[in-house]
Design a protein around this ligand. Structure first.
Ligand SMILES: Nc1nc2c(c(=O)[nH]1)N[C@H]1C(S)=C(S)[C@@H](COP(=O)(O)O)O[C@H]1N2
Ligand SMILES: [Mo]
Length: 513
């Protein structure tokens, strides 16, 4: 005798339905993350969603997010996304409670949206859809396991609580397990830290001058002349750091050139290595902000690499591209014949940290990072400003972005309470390409007074300054401004970072008693 095996919809309450769909959504993400290990880390549904949100966020919201959360903006995004997903899953739960088919269709629909978003990532291959599709399949299966019971099972309408809770726990543990397994296997497969550890610093034929003692004022609380790699600011659009090992790295130089060039890391390493000490600055740095740092970069002259390709007449832009799809447009003139414009492979005598571009990045003195400092760089296309745009210039930021003169008070701290008498006021000032000639400090509406400058290393590095203040009781405003080596005084006109860098004098209020 043949018995038809059927299933019946399990009757659950609102909360249980929400829990079931949330567990199903977690399955989509967990299983998707595991599958992504074998496709590409960037195809993981969670990162696809995050990266799509980052790229589509309107500029004003992105700026506010950076202002509110600073460098925690990525954590804030992850939490917001998590909350939105739980709410969406709970809503689908109410649908699934009435009709499992409708619930499964809603989940499947979202899966298709994520798969399409994955396919439109800059580095996508057709396989990028796989994690979302497989993950969604697993999510729907989990939902069925939770909301269906065998039809002949008279417990369907009876005391199903224990069975449900057991299945729920199993699904949540399996989803988390898949996600964690994805992370662990992913780390093993692309053990980027092991790759970094085996990096050997290239031998530099002519080392640059060392940093002399007079360049470092060593005032407690004030910025050090060379920024340790671990303290270097980090700004990029990458939610997940690219894990690009040296053996998989390739550089292609193409476009308006006589000969297209392709290099692997070994071939790059056979070129002549050089060093330069450069202060890198982010255009998003607010007046008094911390998004600048100085490091010794080791690498290969961009002008030498470009000469191998032979830029065609008429080319005026290098469009550099990162493995993660980020692009920057650098004026060719800023690089040609500039011995300090580098394809850098090391920072302060060690391999670049992964967050700062391992295994290779661009460094061009005098230009804000978004138009010059592409990390994880794999492609240089020679083109023209009237033909191409880059990640941020497409979003309204300036095409040409030389770094503006800036000065900053590091000590005393904002709103510090100080004893009457001698107080050391100190900080840094930069005007890459021009050099700092003087720094002046003003207390309240008093006269501008010259600070003492540390010795200059080069025009392209910041300079420390300090000033002894005979502080009298009361609340005072300290203000700083720099004068560059062309004689231009730093402007007091307040400008926002958008579209080409903030201006204005940095000031701090302190109380003396
Ligand atoms: N691939 C990639 N490279 C990038 C960016 C990015 O978002 N992606 N941001 C640029 C910006 S805006 C700056 S200021 C510098 C910052 O470099 P750092 O993180 O090493 O300090 O990197 C540049 N290179
Ligand atoms: Mo930046």
């Amino acid at each position: 005798m043949i018995r038809r095996i059927g299933f019946a919809h399990r009757e659950v309450g609102r909360a249980a339905a929400a829990a079931a769909t949330t567990a199903a959504a977690a399955t989509v993400l967990g299983v998707g993350h595991l599958v992504a290990v074998f496709v590409d880390p960037a195809s993981s549904p969670f990162f696809v969603l995050g990266a799509t949100v980052v790229d589509r966020t309107p500029k004003w919201l992105k700026d506010s997010a950076i202002r509110w959360f600073g460098t925690n903006d990525k954590l804030a995004l992850a939490i917001t996304m998590g909350v939105v997903m739980v709410i969406a899953a709970a809503l689908i739960g109410q649908l699934a409670r009435r009709s499992l088919t409708l619930g499964a269709c809603a989940l499947g629909g979202l899966g298709v949206v994520v798969a399409l978003a994955a396919l439109s990532r800059p580095t996508a291959t057709p396989l990028f859809a796989a994690p979302a599709i497989v993950g969604t399949g697993a999510g729907i299966a989990a939902l069925c396991a939770l909301l269906l019971v065998p039809a002949d099972d008279d417990r369907a309408a009876g005391p199903t609580r224990r069975g449900f809770l057991l299945t729920l726990t199993t699904v949540v543990v399996a989803a988390a397990g898949a996600g964690i397994a994805g992370r662990v296997i992913g780390r093993r497969l692309r053990d980027i830290e092991a790759d970094r550890a085996s990096f050997v610093l290239p031998r530099v034929a002519e080392p640059i001058a060392p940093v002399a003692a007079e360049m470092e004022l060593a005032i407690p609380g004030s910025t050090r002349f060379v920024t340790p790699a671990a303290e270097f600011y980090r700004i990029d659009t990458a939610l997940q750091l690219p894990a690009l090992t040296r053996d998989r790295w390739r550089l292609r130089i193409h476009g308006m050139v006589d000969r297209e060039i392709r290099l692997d890391f070994d071939e790059l390493s056979s070129r002549r290595a050089v060093e330069s000490l450069i202060t890198l600055t982010c255009v998003s740095n607010e007046v008094g902000g911390e998004l600048a740092g100085t490091a010794k970069w080791t690498g290969y002259r961009l002008t030498d690499l470009l000469a191998e390709a032979g830029p065609a007449p008429g080319a005026d832009m290098i469009l550099s591209r990162s493995i993660d799809g980020f692009t920057a447009s650098t004026p060719l003139a800023a690089v040609l014949d500039n011995p300090d414009a580098l394809l850098a492979v090391a920072m302060n005598g060690a391999a670049l940290p992964v967050a700062n571009g391992y295994p290779a990045r661009m460094i061009v003195p005098g230009l804000y990072g978004y138009v010059s400092a592409t990390k994880w760089v794999v492609d240089l296309e020679l083109t023209r400003f009237d033909r191409a745009r880059a990640y941020w210039t497409e979003r309204g930021w300036a095409d040409r972005a030389p770094i503006k003169t800036a000065s900053r008070i590091d000590v005393p701290a904002a709103f510090a309470k100080l004893p009457t008498g001698l107080v050391t006021v100190a900080g840094v000032a930069w005007a890459q390409g021009r050099g700092i000639a003087a720094v002046e400090v003003q207390v309240d509406d008093g006269p501008w007074q010259r600070a003492t400058l540390a010795a200059a290393y080069s025009l392209d590095t910041w300079r420390q300054w300090s000033w002894q203040w005979d502080a009298s009781p009361g609340t005072h405003a300290l203000r700083v401004r720099a004068i560059d080596a062309t004689g231009a005084v730093q402007t007091d006109v307040r400008m926002t970072p958008f579209p080409d860098g903030a201006t204005g004098w940095h000031s701090r209020v302190v109380t003396v008693r």
